[in-house]
Unconditional design. Structure first.
Length: 400
């Protein structure tokens, strides 16, 4: 059984131990010590990293709550060894994990909303709450209450006892494991079973900042950051807000109003452009029908064939629809970028999808659609003329 030094001292940065075994597993080595300060991944808190001698510890795992396994990037000798924790990573996890305890307790105290899961990510942390709904007022109140406990700088104690003893001491969450268990007590606020690393006093968490709330898997997910992460997040938010204010030539307080106004103007501009594009397509369709359309012989449909410059695929599709809205006509269109549309007035005899696939095949293009409207593209836009010409020749042969 591995002695877990972090159970008693979460601030232990270096320690001495004995290597009991070291076995290679793929590109890594599996190392077991008689004692360790390295925390293994558990309960939503990630594992520690650091050094064992000259070897880098890249992962730490818990095996049946009995043995802690350290995975290293190289072999370490059996016998005495010195371990060193990556303190920056450890302290970040301590702040986030301790903050989560207080935040979860605040939601229970204020709103009877229990936490069912906790995730400690690289940038943000989250808890999932069981509740009919979590409103912004709940978020703000829980954040304020948690920060009150932080600013009180209350001591955090480690308790040991059986499940029955911890329950009698007022531990918030029931535990069904046997033997001696570990719990964390925040003076006058919360007691909860936990094997993770924690601060000694709540003030060491610094501050907590709740970022967002959303529905997730039937519960409510609250995203938050603590300590240095909260400072970084606030600094990033402030920088972005200041930059936005500069771009909008307004104060930071005026940014939301200016953004709202800009969005309204953009939406109005979008609708205006849509109307103008529709009108342009109608005019261009009539011009092409009048000047470029091939008049059908012996009752055959007329054909408009054109390679368009500076036209995106959406406009070309719109133009084809405007052309074929006229009776007894087909549109065989392409762009210099290699986009192609074949269309016809509904009910005409040819199959535009089959014609498109056959024509694109000569230039390694792909596409498809319906009998009256098909579209596709080819990898080399320089071959678009040959594709359109092939389609015109096939229509001529079909006599459709």
């Amino acid at each position: 059984m591995t002695e877990r030094l972090y159970y008693h001292d979460s601030f232990l940065r270096e320690f001495d131990a004995k290597v009991l075994s070291c076995k290679q597993e793929g590109a890594r080595w599996r190392v077991v010590l008689d004692r360790t300060a390295f925390y293994p991944a558990s309960g939503g808190q990630p594992f520690d990293t650091g050094k064992l001698g000259s070897a880098n510890v890249v992962e730490v795992a818990d095996v049946d709550h009995d043995e802690v396994v350290h995975f290293t990037d190289r072999e370490v000798p059996l016998g005495p060894i010195h371990g060193k924790i990556d303190w920056e990573r450890r302290f970040d996890h301590i702040q986030q994990h301790s903050g989560q305890h207080l935040l979860s307790a605040a939601f229970v105290e204020l709103f009877k909303m229990p936490t069912v899961s906790f995730h400690l990510g690289k940038e943000y942390c989250s808890i999932d709450l069981v509740a009919p709904a979590v409103e912004q007022s709940h978020v703000e109140a829980a954040e304020r209450r948690t920060n009150e406990i932080l600013f009180d700088d209350r001591p955090i104690k480690i308790l040991f006892g059986t499940a029955q003893e911890l329950a009698a001491a007022g531990v918030r969450k029931e535990v069904d494991r046997a033997g001696v268990l570990r719990a964390i007590e925040v003076e006058g606020f919360d007691r909860q079973p936990c094997g993770g690393t924690h601060v000694v006093r709540t003030g060491q968490i610094g501050a907590i900042l709740l970022r967002s709330v959303e529905k997730a898997k039937g519960n409510w997910r609250v995203e938050f950051v603590c300590g240095y992460r909260a400072v970084r997040a606030a600094r990033t938010d402030a920088s972005l807000l200041n930059e936005s204010a500069k771009l909008l030539s307004c104060s930071t307080a005026e940014v939301p109003g200016m953004v709202s106004r800009a969005l309204e103007e953009r939406q109005a501009g979008y609708h205006a452009r849509q109307r103008m594009t529709e009108q342009l397509a109608e005019v261009q369709a009539l011009m092409l029908l009048a000047t470029e359309g091939r008049v059908g012989k012996e009752g055959r449909p007329g054909v408009v064939s054109q390679v368009l410059s500076d036209a995106d695929p959406s406009y070309m599709r719109l133009l084809a629809m405007k052309i074929t809205a006229q009776p007894h006509v087909r549109a065989i269109l392409g762009t210099r970028e290699g986009h192609v549309v074949f269309a016809q007035t509904a009910g005409l005899g040819a199959d535009m999808s089959a014609l498109l696939k056959e024509s694109l095949a000569i230039a390694d293009g792909k596409g498809g659609g319906s009998r009256d409207f098909a579209q596709g593209s080819l990898p080399d836009g320089k071959r678009v003329e040959s594709v359109l010409e092939h389609a015109l020749q096939r229509l001529e042969k079909l006599g459709a």
